[in-house]
Design a protein around this ligand. Structure first.
Ligand SMILES: [Zn+2]
Ligand SMILES: [Zn+2]
Length: 575
């Protein structure tokens, strides 16, 4: 039997992971299998080569034990332990694991107690109220299932940006090693467009000579398009998409008597542009950033010379909304601040959780005082070019009030107000809750406005437009939470937010040092490393720095508005 390719082995390994998870026990094992499976889908070198050369452990997340499993799976198409597991539970049950919020234990229970063995059966049972009535399952789980079924059906196989980034970096690396003669190796596809979730991993590479240009040469998992210099731009353009954008370009080309095809832009029999920039130029357009290629009117804007200027990572001067070990972060204030400074930023805005967030170690008033003393001590040491800004991520309570009294809130340089619970309020109530928090004079930023977590849960119901307009009216900044699980506010709203007059702040919501770099998922760092997605002008992405002269705010109006609100609020403090 011919050996299985990486994609087939990855799918078996995923099945193995899921079946192991259903067994219970150490959750580490199934997780490790799952990660290894992801890595397999991004191999730049055929799997059989790696096996033959005994190089499997070069794959990220693959140690000796998993290498052994992969070899067996590839050579025989299965594995004795997998076969044993298959006898215990029907295949359809595995589908249930894709529903966010359904743990393996719950899935097992749904199967054993209610006989549910597919997504369709799960949906039917939830709609018949059968889950609600079952012991140990209950109404809350049933609601969650109904809510999350759509995610289970749609999100299959799509990766969060940070996972896709890691896999693609490795793929590029190993492709370069395997084919040192390649000139350019560029990431394309959804990832290049900065989509919030990445489906297919795609790379375009330039070789000196290619037999038949632009024919997608698919390695095992990853899609690699090999092309030569003359056709590189078109290959990159087509591999980047989106389909709608490319179709619009093709229509424009036709209007102008040209033909845009996968191997380049043609006029009559001759190829008139091969490079990506040249193709746009020949069509009378400036190069459109990949992040804007969604077929949402970008061609019209480009023709009028009105394309938005995307935010660059370098536009960010400081970092706001980060956690430390005072709440649920992993590092001390000092370590986080130093790491931020090392990255060239001017300020670090700590925003640990507030007191109602018990689950996340929310800060008591005494702990706040302690953190502020520590910030003062460090700020003295940092001197003039760096500063810790004292913030808090205050829970928005169910009635829309914030989590501390005004005399406490007053001590912060900035307050991020976020919803972390009571997601189920209806749209009207949830909207009013947010509106009340926005009108609070101490609110500086609204954190992760919709509360969505990609492929885990949809956002809570709110009237986004109303909330955005209120933010503009009250000079409250709208966060673009750059955590790859959130990316909230969704990019589709950025332009509207700016038109309403909102200020946007790109915040990493970092809980550890590597997470400080989350901002890259909404910004560009360098031409090689483009992640920008914010449809914002650089200026509005610059959050005002709420404290001090050394940190002049980009948006003076916001500062003034806030001061005014604080002043008008003062008389009420004495009540
Ligand atoms: Zn939060
Ligand atoms: Zn946070």
């Amino acid at each position: 039997m011919p050996s299985l390719d990486a994609r087939a082995v990855a799918s078996l390994l995923r099945e193995y992971a899921q079946r192991t998870a259903l067994l219970g026990g150490n959750p580490y094992r199934p997780k490790a299998y799952g990660r290894a499976a992801d890595s397999l889908t991004a191999l730049a070198v055929p799997l059989h080569v790696l096996i033959a050369e005994d190089r499997l452990t070069e794959i990220p997340g693959v140690g000796d034990a998993i290498a052994d499993i992969i070899t067996k799976l590839s050579k025989s198409g299965t594995h004795p332990s997998l076969e044993k597991l298959r006898k215990e539970i029907p295949e359809g049950v595995l589908e249930l694991l894709a529903v966010p919020g359904l743990s393996p234990e719950k899935v097992l229970r749904l199967y054993k107690d209610l006989g549910i063995a597919s997504l369709a059966e799960l949906e039917a049972a939830a709609k018949d109220d059968r889950i609600k009535k079952a012991k140990g399952l209950g109404a809350a789980l049933q609601t969650k299932i109904l809510q999350n079924l759509a995610i289970a059906k749609s999100g299959e196989g799509r990766l969060h940006l940070h996972r896709a980034a890691a896999l693609l970096a490795h793929a590029k690396d190993s492709l370069r090693k395997a084919r040192p003669e390649l000139k350019r190796v560029t990431v394309a596809g959804d990832f290049r467009r900065g989509c919030e979730l990445v489906g297919k991993l795609t790379i375009v590479a330039e070789a000196a000579k290619v037999a038949k240009t632009s024919k997608a040469s698919v390695a095992d998992g990853l899609q690699i398009r090999l092309t030569d210099r003359k056709h590189f731009g078109a290959a990159l353009l087509f591999a980047t998409g989106s389909a709608a954008h490319v179709a619009q370009l093709q229509a424009l080309a036709a209007e102008k008597g040209m033909r845009l095809e996968a191997d380049g832009l043609h006029k009559g029999r001759s190829l008139i542009a091969g490079d990506e920039t040249e193709i746009y130029l020949a069509l009378g357009l400036p190069l459109i950033d990949p992040e804007l290629r969604e077929g949402r009117g970008e061609l019209e804007l480009a023709l009028k010379g009105k394309l938005p200027k995307l935010v660059n990572d370098q536009d960010l001067r400081g970092i706001l909304h980060c956690h430390t070990d005072a709440s649920d972060g992993t590092e001390t204030l000092e370590t986080m601040a130093k790491a931020t400074r090392q990255r060239g930023f001017e300020y670090f805005g700590v925003a640990d959780h507030s007191k109602s967030a018990h689950y996340a170690g929310g800060l008591s008033v005494e702990e706040i005082a302690q953190q502020h003393r520590e910030a003062d001590r460090l700020n003295k040491r940092f001197g003039k070019d760096f500063r810790i800004l004292k913030g808090i991520e205050s829970d928005i309570l169910a009635d829309g009030s914030l989590d501390y009294e005004d005399d406490v809130l007053e001590r912060f340089d900035f307050v991020v107000a976020s919803i972390h619970g009571r997601f189920k309020l209806d749209r009207k109530a949830q909207t009013s809750r947010l509106l009340r928090a926005i009108s609070h004079p101490h609110t500086t930023i609204i954190g992760h406005m919709t509360g969505r977590q990609l492929q885990r849960r949809p956002g809570y119901e709110i009237d986004i437009e109303k909330v955005l307009r209120a933010c503009a009216k009250h000079d409250v900044v709208v966060e673009i939470n750059a955590h790859p699980w959130r990316l909230d506010l969704d990019w589709r709203w950025h332009q509207a937010a700016l038109e309403f007059g909102c200020m946007l702040s790109i915040n990493p919501d970092a809980h550890s040092i590597p997470e400080l770099d989350h901002t890259r998922y909404t910004c560009a760092r360098s031409p090689e490393n483009k992640f920008r997605r914010a449809y914002a002008c650089a200026q509005s992405a610059q959050i005002c720095s709420p404290a001090g002269d050394k940190f002049p705010s980009v948006c003076e109006a916001h500062q003034q508005g806030r001061r005014q609100r604080l002043r008008s609020h003062k008389p009420r403090l004495g009540r």
